[in-house]
Design a binder for this molecule. Structure first.
Ligand code: SF4
Length: 417
């Protein structure tokens, strides 16, 4: 197939495809799916070998957010029956992080709900990072606290943070239908603040919110332009109690096509299968490892993942290996560019200029709400007809597939790692 030969050749050279080529990946048929996975797999192995980076989420503060992100179970007016708690103490967070590191994670992701941190919150996270690094100086720490004010990124960097996560989530054109309490530009600004302070930028997307193929390609190219070092690909978890509770627009095949498109556009960047992996890829998860080089171990912020040991078994059975603490994630040339960008206080890859970014990590939840102050759900006409036809989207709640997290951080029960 000419398209896949072209994309493979470009990917092996570290080149980015055209927008039309990226759209064509999303338009491939199920008969072509294994060829698409194989082509993306060649690119993945060129830059990342058979390594899988494990990341571990610690939800420092859960629920009760004043923002209205439609996809999020922690949002204003959410009726989702998630765990709600305020800031974990540093030793509690360090205990949770330790479980993830013992399970094989090399990066711990410290996430808190909210519009953005106060300076006191930065102090709390500073103390938490110190407790984690005291126990394991090698562990990478990524922080995700929402929109940053001036000088907060610099404080996090000085306190030992390695990366900052703030997802773009969707295209600039669609953003206003998903969230009304902040803008796409706000998110871009925070990613740029983090990058400018010398933090590695982690910024990704959520697929399955009713966006078109063009929206997906827009956001993935924007992430490339933004110079994100890691791109988490979330698949919407339609939490009961959120506006997007009935948005079941994804099939395992479409998820694999989306992952492949993200890989071709980001051949030498960490591509992570994030929230929704178990819910939407289901038994096809191992094929996703041929495209992505990174996953979350165990549970998500507000929903449960499969058992951590099952993640490890899956990686081994599929012929991959867990990336060790001493191994570099990014290929040398890509790490050099990222380092130069950070040293220069700018953002963007060698191939691109500044873009945009922002937002919380893989919240893994959504809530239907009758709160009058909440935004309307994404209008149904925003859903790609092709996506609906492909998925046979079910206009129903699928609570059998979405399990609210009841263990780990904020509970008396052991974490899943
Ligand atoms: S994604 Fe973040 S900012 Fe948006 S509602 Fe959820 S916790 Fe709040």
């Amino acid at each position: 197939m000419d398209l896949l030969d072209t994309l493979t050749a470009k990917g092996l050279r570290g080149e980015v495809p055209t927008r039309e080529e990226a759209l064509a990946v999303l338009a491939t048929t199920d008969d072509e799916l294994l060829d698409v996975v194989a082509a993306a797999g060649k690119v993945r192995r060129r830059w990342f070998g058979r390594r899988v980076k494990l990341n571990y989420l610690v939800n420092l503060k859960s629920g009760l957010c004043p923002e209205d992100c439609s996809y999020c179970s922690q949002r204003l007016g959410s009726k989702a029956e998630i765990l709600k708690y305020t800031w974990l103490k540093p030793d509690q967070a360090a205990d949770a992080a330790r479980a993830g590191v013992a399970g094989g994670a090399k990066r711990v992701c410290l996430v808190a709900s909210g519009r953005g941190p106060t300076d006191r919150d930065i102090d709390r996270v500073t103390d938490t990072m110190a407790a984690i690094k005291d126990a394991d100086p090698e562990v990478e720490i990524c922080v995700c606290l929402g929109l940053l004010s001036d000088n907060q990124a610099e404080r996090l960097k000085a306190a030992g943070a390695d990366a900052y996560n703030h997802n773009l989530n969707t295209s600039e054109g669609t953003y206003g239908t998903i969230t009304k309490t902040h803008t796409y530009a706000d998110r871009v600004d925070t990613v740029q603040k983090a990058h400018g302070a010398g933090l590695s930028a982690c910024s990704g997307l959520i697929a399955g919110m009713g966006e078109s193929d063009e929206d997906l390609v827009d956001v993935v190219f924007a992430l490339r332009d933004l110079g994100s070092d890691s791109v988490p690909v979330n698949f919407l978890i339609p939490f009961e109690g959120t506006p997007l509770a009935k948005e079941w627009n994804l099939t395992p095949q479409r998820c694999l096509r989306i992952l492949a498109m993200v890989r071709f556009v980001n051949p030498d960047t960490e591509v992570r299968i994030a929230g929704g992996r178990e819910v939407h890829l289901r038994s096809m998860q191992p094929l996703g490892l041929h495209i992505a080089n990174s996953i979350f171990l165990g549970d998500y912020l507000t929903s449960e993942g499969q058992a951590g040991q099952t993640d490890l078994d899956m990686i081994k059975d599929a012929g991959f290996e867990v990336e060790g603490a001493g191994e570099a994630t990014l290929p040398r040339h890509r790490a050099d560019v990222a380092e130069a960008d950070r040293a220069g206080g700018g953002c963007g890859t060698a191939a691109s200029a500044c873009g945009s970014g922002g937002g919380c990590g893989p919240c893994g939840g959504h809530a239907h709400t009758s709160d009058a102050s909440a935004p309307e759900a994404v209008p149904s006409e925003a859903v790609s007809p092709a996506a609906v036809a492909e998925s046979g989207a079910e206009d129903e709640l699928r609570s059998d597939l979405v399990k609210v997290r009841r263990r780990g951080a904020g509970t008396e029960l052991a974490p899943n790692a």
